[in-house]
Design a protein around this ligand. Structure first.
Ligand code: ADP
Ligand code: MG
Length: 263
């Protein structure tokens, strides 16, 4: 659940990310300030191209900031390299290693962690993670035989196995069809809470964000426009542009008929 205290957790302060263009630079993330409490799952929701992935990559350390800072537990990690931040990453295409079986994929990040001290410790951790994602007993399965949904469950198990202090997920379900995505979104939310993982979850799909997250940050054109719980957003989206993106009417806060929502 949402942490009441500010022990731990992520703080992004005034983050700005830009890219070079022929005319100069284009700003993808424009002065974004955001906090994710320890144990909280926050969704970053916005239309394609609004800067979600750029912000997520900046938090990971994969994209340099033009301005601003990234702090974890009060410590400035802006200059800390990616692999030293203790953050995990999961992408749309889980990028499993095809030459390793399911167990080998999940065990991948365990060396050098407290779960990797022995073969037995690794095996126990892998079994625990596979059970968490609903794939108990799949250790020896070849990853090429998995369905898309199963592959993303394995990718989630792999990214959670080393117990990252923050998990960054970038459209982890976007390659799946809508029905499967809805089913997995609620599973992913449960798994993140059971694992007690602090998470920042990027998606363009508002149903997914509403299902997964404790709070939702709505991003439009590089700016973080509103941060609220699903319930707060539904009753008061804040302004007409955010309301339109969410498929809500600004006046009533009632959900308008928008089949499938924005994409
Ligand atoms: P989202 O994840 O919300 O779809 P992105 O962060 O990928 O948005 O992109 C935000 C903006 O930055 C877009 O206009 C995109 O074209 C641009 N952009 C993203 N990555 C790069 C890059 N490596 N070089 C140049 N422009 C980029
Ligand atoms: Mg993206």
């Amino acid at each position: 659940m949402v942490g009441d205290t500010h022990d731990g957790g992520l703080l992004v302060e005034g983050a700005t990310v830009s890219y070079p263009t022929r005319q100069g630079r284009t700003v993808a993330v424009d002065d974004v300030t955001l906090d994710v409490a320890a144990g909280e799952v926050m969704a970053l929701l916005g239309p394609s191209g609004c800067g979600k992935s750029s912000l997520l990559r900046a938090v990971a350390g994969l994209e340099p900031l033009d301005a601003g800072r990234v702090l974890w537990d009060g410590e400035d990690v802006t200059q800390v390299p990616v692999h030293r931040r203790g953050f995990g990453l999961m992408f749309q295409d889980g990028q499993l290693f095809p030459h390793r079986d399911v167990g080998g994929n999940v065990a991948y990040g365990l060396r050098g962690t407290s779960f990797g001290v022995s073969r037995e410790a690794r095996r126990d951790r892998v079994a625990q993670m596979l059970e968490l994602v609903g794939l108990a007993g799949y250790e020896r399965r070849s990853v090429v035989t998995l369905s898309g949904g199963q592959a993303q469950r394995v990718a989630l198990a792999r990214s959670l196995a080393p117990a990252p202090r923050l998990l960054l997920l970038d459209e982890p379900l976007s390659s799946l069809d809508r029905r499967l995505r809805e089913e997995l979104a609620s599973d992913v939310g449960r798994v993140l809470r059971e694992a007690g993982t602090t998470a920042l979850y990027v998606t363009h799909d508002h149903d997914e964000a509403f299902t997964v997250a404790d709070r939702i940050g709505v991003m439009i054109a590089g700016r973080l426009r509103r941060v609220a719980t699903a319930q707060e957003l539904s009753s008061d989206p804040g302004d007409a542009e955010v309301a339109a993106f969410l498929g809500l009417t600004h006046d009533q806060g009632a959900r308008a008929e928008v089949p499938g929502g924005p994409s």
